[in-house]
Design a protein around this ligand. Structure first.
Ligand code: TYD
Length: 137
């Protein structure tokens, strides 16, 4: 597996009769420094979020509550990951098209990002993504 592959990363889980605890540390459990954290919530049924790619941003997506699917596309192959536990997440390197869908009621998606928000980092049109990918940029 290349370090540039999308993959599920399992986080430490400290099981306890008082309730479980999980941890994520930058450059330890995930392969980047965290510049920003954002979360997506109150998603109405049937809505799709995140139809875009990032030029630089790497991210780690966790379903802190509820469930949703993340579809990732490298320009050739599409893969779908179902996220439904708070002790693992999906690492998405830069350069993947990704969409988030099938949000359950009251789901909470938290995204740890390697960059601060920059609109110029987004590739928002799928045809531009394919071109970006073809040119290997
Ligand atoms: P966007 O990333 O396009 O949402 P999604 O891909 O989940 O559909 O962001 C939606 C809006 O929120 C967009 O207008 C920019 C704004 N935004 C920020 O201002 N800062 C941020 O860190 C993020 C993630 C979004």
């Amino acid at each position: 597996m290349s370090p540039h592959d999308c993959r599920i990363i399992e986080l430490p889980k400290v099981e306890d009769p008082r309730g479980n605890l999980s941890i994520v540390e930058e450059e330890c459990h995930i392969p980047f420094r965290i510049a920003r954290v954002y979360w997506i919530y109150d998603v109405p049924g049937g809505q799709v979020r995140g139809g875009h790619a990032f030029r630089k941003q790497q991210e780690f997506i966790v379903a802190l509550s509820g469930s949703f699917d993340v579809m990732v596309d490298d320009g050739k192959t599409r893969r779908r990951f179902a996220l439904n536990r708070s002790y693992y997440g999906l690492y998405v390197p830069s350069g993947y098209w990704r969409e988030m869908e099938n949000f359950s009621t009251n789901s909470l998606a938290v995204v740890l990002s390697s960059t601060s928000y920059e609109e110029e980092d987004y590739v928002r049109e799928y045809k531009d993504f394919l071109e970006y990918n073809r040119n290997g940029q």
